[in-house]
Ligand binder design. Structure first.
Ligand SMILES: [Zn+2]
Length: 278
């Protein structure tokens, strides 16, 4: 499918979801639930047993009040939309974590310590370091950022002293979910007037910009925790969206039916009317 056709499909699916069309919800859930599950595995590993439940809760929250939350997300294109979905999921997930369950054999990453670790590094090394603290294994990082093991290791040098716990992991899972999600929330709230729109990041990551255009933006990202958070979020969303299989139809159908059943329980008539033509 061309990128233009993909964009049309994305807009049609979203419009259908907001109109309560079950076919659109099937397409939506089939494509995006596996991405949600991957994010839960990385950022909320202690909920691993309950990821289906968090996925379902998130879905119901998107659909509540005539899809109010879904409508509030960026509709420009799929990546921007997924970035909003990711923030929404992580904000909800953060409320379910116990800080006491974070590991204690390393200092918890806080904004000032992470800023100090990132200071002065080239952007690629900042990405490696940030995503490593988030919980990614070397193998996943190398594929996600398309880098060699040697470059990955150079990006990790500053972690040797205090954060060796995150090095040499072979599973993608955060070691301090509560502290990290708090840090991400801090980064998301630290937006300044100089922060470029997400669309510019998407264009750079798609190779659609000249060096002239991208140089000042990449420089800003290297100095701004808010933008580094959004930039690395796009990196992981692009990676997971491409890398995961569609959700099996039986699971899609189960989710769609739960959506309507819950909606019925809450008497969300506009949705039911559209689903059942009642
Ligand atoms: Zn910024």
């Amino acid at each position: 499918m061309t990128s233009g056709a993909k964009l049309i499909t994305f807009h049609k699916t979203l419009a259908g979801c907001e109109a309560g069309n079950p076919e659109s919800w099937r397409a939506f859930l089939g494509d995006y639930t596996p991405v949600v599950f991957q994010l839960v595995d990385v950022y909320l590993p202690l909920l691993r047993e309950g990821r289906a439940r968090l996925g379902e809760e998130t879905l119901l929250a998107l659909a509540a009040n005539n899809f109010e939350r879904l409508r509030s997300f960026d509709h420009q294109a799929e990546r921007e939309f997924l970035a909003d979905l990711r923030s929404f999921l992580l904000e909800r997930g953060a409320t379910k974590l116990e800080p006491a369950e974070d590991i204690t054999r390393a200092p918890k990453p806080a904004p000032d310590t992470v800023d100090a670790l990132l200071q002065g590094l080239p952007l690629i090394h900042q990405e490696i370091l940030f995503l490593k603290l988030a919980g990614y294994s070397d193998g996943t990082l190398e594929k996600m950022l398309r880098i060699t093991p040697a470059i990955a290791q150079r990006g990790l040098e500053r972690l040797q002293a205090d954060y060796s716990a995150v090095l040499k992991k072979d599973r993608d899972a955060c070691l301090w979910p509560a502290a990290w999600l708090e840090l991400l929330a801090h980064a998301r709230s630290a937006k300044s007037a100089d922060c470029p729109p997400l669309r510019h990041f998407v264009r750079i990551l798609d190779g659609q910009t000249s060096w002239y255009e991208k140089e000042p933006i990449e420089k800003h990202v290297g100095l701004c925790l808010h933008c580094l958070e959004r930039w690395t979020a796009l990196r992981e969303l692009i990676y997971w969206r491409r890398g995961v299989e569609r959700l099996p139809e039986t699971e899609v159908n189960a989710l769609v039916s739960r959506l309507s059943l819950r909606a019925q329980a809450k008497k969300e008539k506009p949705f039911l009317k559209r689903v059942w033509g009642a």
